[in-house]
Design a binder for this molecule. Sequence first.
Ligand code: C2E
Ligand code: MG
Ligand code: MG
Ligand code: MG
Length: 282
Amino acid sequence: EAKEAGRSTYRFYTAEQTRISRERFELESGLRRAIERKELQLYYQPQANCRGSNLTGVEALVRWLHPERGLIPPDRFIPLAEDIGLIGALGDWVLNEACRQAREWELAGAPLRVAVNLSAQQVSQGQLFETVSTALTRSGVSPGLLELEITEGHVLKRVEQCIEVLHRVKSLGVTLAIDDFGIGYSSLSYLKRLPVDRLKIDRSFVEGLPGDADDDAIVATILAMAQNLGLEVIAEGVETAEQLAHLAATHCQEYQGYLLGRPMPANELERWRDAHSARPTA
Ligand code: C2E
Ligand code: MG
Ligand code: MG
Ligand code: MG
């Protein structure tokens, strides 16, 4: 009897496995062609000062506009791109497109800092310096307008190598932010050795503000530490006016989240920006 149950479980499992691997296979082959077919698109989410809400920059977030499946979020294809060795090409495309757009805004007389997410493999693969320097040269954008976001996890795998390459990349004049800060194994010693400009407080800690004692304490600790180390702080995932008021009162410099604006295509962001700057600030 147990054998029977085991067998039917097995059968169910294989059917599900088959479905998953078929879907994965389809996405895989589609992803390989997505770049040349121009199916990838960058969305831009605004970032602003906690006090006054002046626009300070944007984060570039990649989307895949699949011909049949519609808009696919990055969490569903970035890990896949890493698995099949496509993250190099995809990352190059993102970097070049973000720099091109940043240069366009710069030339239009409305420069905007553009933050680009790097994947772990991009940081550890040894071509990061060339990739970034090529994207800067090709676009002609002022290096100070480009910010690179890495997560703590990226660095921890090969600490020495990453610290070295990140110093070289920083020498190009770009800025560096630690994304999803607080959920990794934050070690003060490596933070001191990294050429970091900004910490991005992970959304999970912003969620409970104000009121959740743990989140309050964690955010206060990150802000105090950042101040001591001379780092800027931006809070991500800010959705309510109460969260923003708490962050402003505790001297967090910048915020990003649905309260300010959703990620949007470049032309929409331009319209959003015009409307936003015309708005009286609090
Ligand atoms: P992330 O870098 O931490 O980006 C923030 C994510 O939170 C984005 O999801 C954004 O849309 C979402 N978000 C922003 N504000 C709010 C809010 O107020 N509430 C909530 N619930 N969510 C908010 P998205 O665009 O789906 O990106 C997910 C992740 O995929 C990113 O997390 C990043 O790790 C990765 N990613 C995105 N674009 C790229 C890329 O070009 N290259 C690489 N390597 N990774 C990317
Ligand atoms: Mg990010
Ligand atoms: Mg983040
Ligand atoms: Mg996050």
